[in-house]
Design a protein around this ligand. Sequence first.
Ligand code: CP
Ligand code: NVA
Length: 313
Amino acid sequence: MTRHLLTLDSLGREGILANLALARDLKARKGMAQAALPGGRVGLIFDKPSTRTRVSFEAAAWGLGMLPITLRHDELQLGRGETIADTARVLSRYLTALAIRTFDQSRVEELARYATIPIINALTDDHHPCQALADVMSLQEEFGELAGLRVAFIGDGNNVCHSLIQAAGYLGFTLAISTPEGYEPKPEIVEAARVNCRTNGGSIELGRDVRAAVRGADAVYTDVWASMGQEKEREERAYVFAGYCVNTELMALAAPRAIFLHCLPAHRGDEVTDEVMDGPQSRVWDEAENRWYTEQALLYTLVTGREQLEPAG
Ligand code: CP
Ligand code: NVA
């Protein structure tokens, strides 16, 4: 059966831990993976803009000896009505793996249904699993053990929040989420993670009070108030989310060792202040760098089925 990364459910607890272990190994090698997949070809389709995902995947592919082929939606016949199924069938004949950033989660799932190569979700409206892998790698670098940590998520119950919820369920940390009313994460994602927490530990807390979520937290995480595709709601959201800015006063309620994380891009002055972004607790640049290694590990494992680097051949 072809392996994919559609949401973090595709990896589960063992798959996530294996990804993190290989990513640490690759980081120690600075992403130079001795061309582990020479001749491989990874397609990267972007229906939405990207800085980190595009460049980190391209860098990761190059270190593995793969050719990255990046395509915007309007460069493909998909944009002129060719079906997802036919696109999947054709691209499977040329490529070794395909990552796609798009709107509806069902598009990624449909690609995976018809492709004979691994399909990677590079962000949808509902999930951002590649981001969550880099996030948990950053937590692991800082604290070692993930189980027992308290992470506060402040803001919109969006794609990034959903993937962090899944990560918390599999890795057994507490995710305390504070959102305005009407912007909560999807209940079915919360419930499924709570079931996993029964086995793995941790919990998913939901509330409105940002201070209650942050109090004693080991990490404070936030993301933009209006995600890609929600530009028309920006003004309304700026009003609704006004009390959800991570500033130094809020960070002071977290544990003394607490770090600040953000998937980026950040809207400085909205969901986070300059002082926090550029302050001593911020780990956002390391977090962004970790995209490279977690994605490199992902490409390697999805294509080869191996969880540790072995010479190509
Ligand atoms: N965090 C993230 O996915 O960034 P990009 O939108 O720049 O890829
Ligand atoms: N929630 C944001 C994440 C960007 C990486 C968005 O979807 O735009």
